[in-house]
Design a protein around this ligand. Structure first.
Ligand code: CA
Length: 288
């Protein structure tokens, strides 16, 4: 008979009473029978390989291997690494299983317990069992091995943060205007730490041709208020005294940092112009 997968086997025994040896007389349906069933129908072993020399099922584990069981399973002490399909043994004297226990894991453990197919008390059934008192586990050699975890293909995700102010504001020579919110507070142009591409847009008019405006992003450490100015760039008003300019900057934003944007009118400007739009688009790039 073809061997079963763990799932096929679990479905085949779920809710059933399993016995392979007719003993013990008082209750022939032991946890050990479920182990034998699993060993034969999933791991491809024989009933004799599953023999428990002491008469208690944990001796399958503590006396491992007997009768060539190591041809079919590997043995690991402790509960680290348990995954679906592993056969877990609890030692004689364990608080919950004074006469020892065996059950087949149907999933990786979670929070100190593990979903198992288990028999006695009751029929074979899915039960979440504590790992307290577990000695270790046997793993069928023919189970599919975990694929070696491969890093996902690098995927770049982008989050965008748009801030804008469309209030027409005059800007005199030597004056600085910040990108502000509706409460006149300096906008934080970014939404978290990481590598950013920042693009600021300026629209203004009423300047003299050749008047100079300066873009400035500055980063502010929130905890200390320390400020560093970054990424200055100058643009000039066109022949009509208009400013239509965008500039992109790269900035790595540390944790706990705000980024403000402002525009500064050079002291040498001939006229007080007006900023009509100041906005900022921040794109946060992360590699998932
Ligand atoms: Ca039995």
């Amino acid at each position: 008979m073809a061997l079963l997968t763990v799932d096929q086997w679990a479905n085949s025994v779920n809710g059933k009473y399993i016995d392979h040896d007719g003993i013990p007389a008082g209750n022939i349906y032991q946890c050990h029978d479920l182990w034998i069933d699993y060993l034969m129908r999933v791991a491809g072993g024989t009933q004799s390989m599953g023999y428990a020399p002491s008469g208690f099922t944990d001796s399958v584990f503590t006396n491992f291997p007997v009768n060539g069981l190591d041809a079919k399973v590997t043995r690991t002490s402790g509960t680290s690494g348990i995954r679906k399909g592993d056969v877990i043994f609890w030692g004689y004297g364990a608080a919950n299983y004074p006469y020892s226990h065996v059950a087949i894991a149907l999933a990786a453990p979670s929070g100190g317990s593990v979903l198992c197919m288990s028999q006695n008390p009751g029929a074979s059934q899915k039960l979440t069992l504590t790992l307290a008192g577990a000695l270790g586990y046997l793993r069928p050699k023919n189970l599919p091995t975990d694929p070696t975890p491969q890093p996902d293909p690098k995927e770049i995700t982008v989050k965008s943060y748009h801030r804008e102010n469309r209030t027409t504001r005059p800007i005199a020579p030597g004056q600085r205007l910040y990108l502000i919110d509706s409460g006149n507070a300096k906008e934080n142009c970014v939404g978290g730490n990481g590598p950013y591409s920042l693009t600021a847009h300026l629209y203004g008019n009423g300047f003299a041709p050749g008047d100079v405006l300066e873009f400035r992003f500055e980063s502010v450490t929130v905890a200390t208020g320390a400020q560093s100015d970054h990424y200055l760039e100058r643009v000039s008003a066109d022949v009509n005294g208009g400013i239509r300019a965008s500039r992109e900057f790269k900035l790595d934003v540390p944790v706990g940092t705000r980024v403000h944007f402002s525009v500064y009118a050079a002291t040498t400007n001939a006229k007080t112009g007006s900023m009509i739009v100041i906005d900022s688009d921040a794109y946060l790039f992360s590699v998932a």
